[in-house]
Write a protein that binds this ligand. Structure first.
Ligand code: MG
Length: 369
């Protein structure tokens, strides 16, 4: 039965799933939607995929090209040693030259194998997204501390859900998915979030930022800038970092993205754009193909001019088939299905003359059997 359905000439993704509505510019299963971009994954887990922006690849040249020390007057610099960049005491924070916001970020780090200090004093550093909100880096292997300051915590906001750290001296991986807060005219539209995996284990799961956290003070929701650098903290411990890359994330609907649930205004603007593109495409086609493209555009936007062009094209199609019906069964069934879909979803009036006309044509030729 499935095979029969798939091979039937009138089955297509158009006029198929529920049409666009007030909050979704795309139909369900909409083939007019752009295909997801092709990304080639990294060769090994943790390796940068093809669309990643690499901030540190283990070489001194890569460090120099992508990072700068925040402090102008300092006695030491972070050092690139054996494929890793190591924090030097009093060198201060380093920041990426690249500025970005929402991202998937990969970082690997290693706390000193020689254990020194305790609590927040052992293998402490930190990954600051946009320079503003810290995912804690800390050697918490057999080292208790306040939970909202643990490795993988959103510092001062949320403890990690688990502690999957390896022993100091070993490499730990962080995979971070970050969304900045979106605030418009003082209204928080999205408070932003962190998802964090340590060594493949989820420790933050869409954790709301609640302002981004900080030391001792409870943070409150606040606006973030559009972009900011990635910063890595100097907390006085020689923590090492390697394999740092990020990928920007697609825009959320609150930032102008057109996937997912949108405002009515944004939905209607996008629907009009899709309809205009379909009508432009229809103008390059002829006959049934042109008619179907025009009918399809009505799923997104019912526009007087488009309706009258579709009417004209529909009448021409009917006249052509009536004059020579041989071999036109598939075409007529296809157009009939499109019309039935448009009527069902209130894009065409249910008493439109084309409905009975198509029905009569199908019956007269025995195509309903
Ligand atoms: Mg820290």
């Amino acid at each position: 039965m499935l095979l029969v359905l798939l091979s039937a000439p009138f089955v297509s993704a158009q006029f198929y799933g529920d049409p666009p509505d007030d909050h979704h510019p795309w139909a369900v299963h909409d083939n007019n939607r752009p295909q997801p971009p092709q990304v080639t994954p990294g060769k090994m887990p943790g390796a940068p995929p093809s669309d990643a922006i690499v901030l540190f690849d283990g070489t001194a040249a890569s460090f120099k090209a992508n990072w700068e020390h925040e402090k102008k007057n300092r006695k030491s610099d972070w050092q690139v040693i054996d494929g890793a960049v190591q924090c030097a005491k009093n060198a201060g924070t380093i920041r990426s030259k690249a500025q970005f916001a929402d991202c998937q970020l990969h970082v690997e780090w290693s706390a000193p194998a020689k254990v020194q200090g305790s609590s927040q004093g052992r293998g402490n550093s930190g990954i600051f997204l946009m320079g503003a909100t810290e995912v804690q880096v800390l050697d918490n292997h057999n080292n208790p501390t306040y939970p909202d300051g643990f490795a993988g915590s959103v510092y001062g906001v949320m403890p990690p859900a688990a502690n999957p750290l390896r022993a100091p001296g070993q490499w730990q991986s962080y995979d971070i998915i970050f969304r900045r807060p979106v605030v418009k005219d003082g209204v928080v539209l999205d408070e932003g979030s962190f998802t964090v995996l340590i060594n493949g284990v989820v420790v933050q799961d869409s954790t709301p930022l609640e302002g981004g956290g900080g030391h001792r003070g409870r943070s409150k929701p606040r606006a973030f800038p559009e972009k900011g650098p990635l910063k890595i903290q100097d907390h006085g411990n020689p923590v090492r970092f390697r394999n740092i890359w990020y990928r920007p994330l697609r825009k959320r609907s609150v930032e102008g993205g057109t996937d997912g649930k949108l405002s009515v205004e944004a939905t209607m603007a996008k629907r009009a754009e899709i309809a205009a593109n379909l009508r432009k495409d229809a103008a390059t086609k002829k006959g049934k193909e042109k008619l179907l493209r025009l009918l399809e555009s009505l799923c997104y936007e019912v526009d007087d001019e488009a309706v009258s062009v579709a009417e004209e094209e529909g009448e021409a199609f009917m006249a052509e088939v009536k004059a020579k019906p041989e071999g036109r069964k598939g075409d007529v069934i296809q157009v009939n299905n499109a019309v039935k879909y448009l009527v069902k979803h209130e894009r065409m009036p249910s008493d439109h003359a084309a409905i009975d006309e198509l029905k009569a044509l199908i019956k007269a030729n025995g195509w309903d059997k």
